[in-house]
Ligand binder design. Sequence first.
Ligand code: NAP
Length: 481
Amino acid sequence: MAFQDWMKQANLIGGDWVGADGGETIDVTNPVDGSVIGTVPKGGRAETARAIDAAAAAFPAFRDISLMERCGLLWKLHDALMDHQKDLAELLTVEMGKPLAEAMGEIAIGAQYVRWFAEEARRAKGEIVPAGVNGRRILVTKHAIGVVGMITPWNFPSSMLARKVAPALAVGCTVVAKPATATPYSGLAWGALAEEVGYPAGVVNVVTGSAREIAGAIMDDARVRKVTFTGSTEVGKELIRQSADTVKKVSMELGGNAPFLVFDDADLDRAVEGAMVSKFRNAGQTCVCANRIYVQSGIHDAFVERLVEKTRAMKVGDGREKGVEQGPMIDMDAVEKVEAFVEDATSKGAEVVTGGGRHGKGGTFFEPTVMTGATQAMRFASEEIFGPLAPIFRFETEEEAIEMANDTVYGLACYAYTADLGRAFRLNEGLQYGMIGINSGLITTVEAPFGGVKESGLGKEGGSQGLEDYLETKYVCVDGI
Ligand code: NAP
């Protein structure tokens, strides 16, 4: 097979691959040069309603298959992902732009989530709780929540669905997924994979098209009992408001503004390596990317020198070319946003040490950039950059660093480099973030609960907590024993 075989130019609804009712389509482009690689249906309310019908109809029978059958399907799904890893990765690179090696990693971690939840499903245990009176027993039981609506972003178009589809299917829920319009094929591929491994029709449905209409149909429908969203805080807040009318359970994986703290006692090589991966992976377009790099005075100049050296050595280009470490940005809006951050910071006294503008390759390529002299008054101190710009702030004391790090509405990931064990514990307690990397710039792993605090979201993905989000808890009181 080739990656084109996974480019489904149709929606999966109730086991059928179909177009939009009116036959309308949306072009899908390769961000490397803007060329059109194919189309997908421009679905809306009517198509989504049919997908919900199919998911609701499939739910009772799917929920009731045996646990081992459900786990068996997930094992097959894991194997299918790994068998087709190269093609699925190439598809991802072609529609999204990230280097092929990163896309291979994304498919692999998606498969790991599937395997993890196949294992966790066997531990979705309830409890028997001591009753306060004689003759009574209290049983707490866990149940699949029902039809789940899933809305995902373009920056990790495959693995963001993995973290939702896998736990949902593991406990017996059915799915209506809406992938991002910029990167729909990696989302549609989940439908094709589910079909290939034998999920019954209607268990996994994937609809592309108008975000407002599809999300509107999902949010308005009382049969959808849970919505899981990954994307911007702005849209997430809107969905939380909309969920009120039918009182849906929601999981929200929203924006970040990660501080990356480097203390004088840090291992310099390790800190620079961590900053490179945390900042420049996916061209800086990850929710856990280092957004603000705070470096203590004593190590500041050495850190900047080493970081600049490594940044200058990065190979920028088409993600499918060998050795490329940074691809294009997703679109021109993203480029203009980063340019505006550079301009704002420069006008307030920051200095561009390397990069600073559009890359000579043209299109949406942007130079890997390092700026020094950053301050809390600059826009990137409070906003998500989502691009390959590393602003360096200087600090003197631990207290000052913690205060600046927490000075944001976001609370997703943060990082700190130090050799002082006591400080590591103080940071863990003082930093208001859902995830903390101590001496590590890459912390996503299936065993741990991924998710933020404050305006970065609600709920967790991965870990045992990631399964809990798709379960309802009931209690039965048996009396007169
Ligand atoms: P986005 O604009 O919020 O879009 C995310 C998804 O929501 C897309 O499928 C999009 O559809 C849909 N959408 C857009 N407007 C909507 C509306 N009014 N109602 C319902 N759905 C709507 O975010 P993005 O630009 O794709 O992704 C980047 C953001 O995601 C960043 O803020 C990043 O930090 C965050 N993110 C968070 C995590 C995490 O785990 N916390 C992980 C990855 C990314 P269309 O594509 O059709 O517009």
